[in-house]
Design a protein around this ligand. Structure first.
Ligand code: 5GP
Length: 192
């Protein structure tokens, strides 16, 4: 998506260790007009799919997913990060390795908000190694929900998550795929 690529070029900051900082418009300060246009693009890309729920993970997926849910006219559920899992069967839970914080955390979704009747579009801000997404996919599987697609704002194509999920057969639509980036010059190359 041209508009998002331009914005990443303009306001993104390339950090060492393969990290792209986009907190000026995506995950700290949030450009809601940009989110609206991203949502419209996903509506076009997932047209015809019977999506009745958006699923994301806290914290930085929530803003984008909320705008997407508004455009699709469906509820949004976010997986919560938690210290303690209660094992009484009222929660789906999984463990996720965090790319940015280099630790493992538990995430939960209440069984009240996801189930076999749901046709889910998963939305997140970044896709790197795919750990966050695999956690959300596992939660959907536990719930018996159907994953209709995955919408990612920025995929880092030099990390394996995206290509692995496409090979596994998921309809994964990333609006910008960064193929390479150089912290010394700030140069960013996108997959065309
Ligand atoms: P994964 O689980 O695919 O390895 O990483 C995805 C998660 O890590 C995203 O939800 C995002 O919050 C975070 N993340 C991964 N790479 C980056 C990055 O380059 N910049 C930022 N800001 N977050 C990232």
């Amino acid at each position: 998506m041209e508009l998002l690529e331009e914005r990443i070029r303009r306001d993104g900051v390339v950090k060492a260790g393969g990290v792209l900082k986009v907190d000026a418009f995506l995950n700290h300060q949030m450009d809601i007009e940009l989110f609206s246009q991203m949502a419209e693009e996903w509506k076009r890309l997932f047209a015809g799919k019977p999506i009745n729920k958006i699923l994301t993970i806290e914290a930085s997926g929530i803003g984008i997913a909320a705008v997407v849910a508004h455009h699709f006219g469906v509820p949004v559920v976010f997986a919560k990060k938690t210290q303690s899992i209660n094992l009484d069967g009222t929660m789906y839970s999984t463990r996720i390795q965090s790319f940015t914080h280099n630790r493992i955390y538990d995430v939960i979704v209440s069984t009240r908000f996801l189930g076999p009747d749901d046709h889910v579009l998963i939305i997140d801000d970044f896709l790197a190694n795919g750990c966050a997404l695999r956690g959300l996919l596992e939660i959907c599987e536990s719930a018996g929900a159907t994953v209709e697609g995955i919408g990612i704002a920025i995929e880092k194509g030099f990390q394996p998550g995206g290509d692995e999920l496409r090979e596994a057969g998921y309809d994964l639509q990333s609006l910008a795929i960064v193929e390479a980036m150089d912290p010394a010059t700030g140069a960013i190359e996108f997959r065309s």
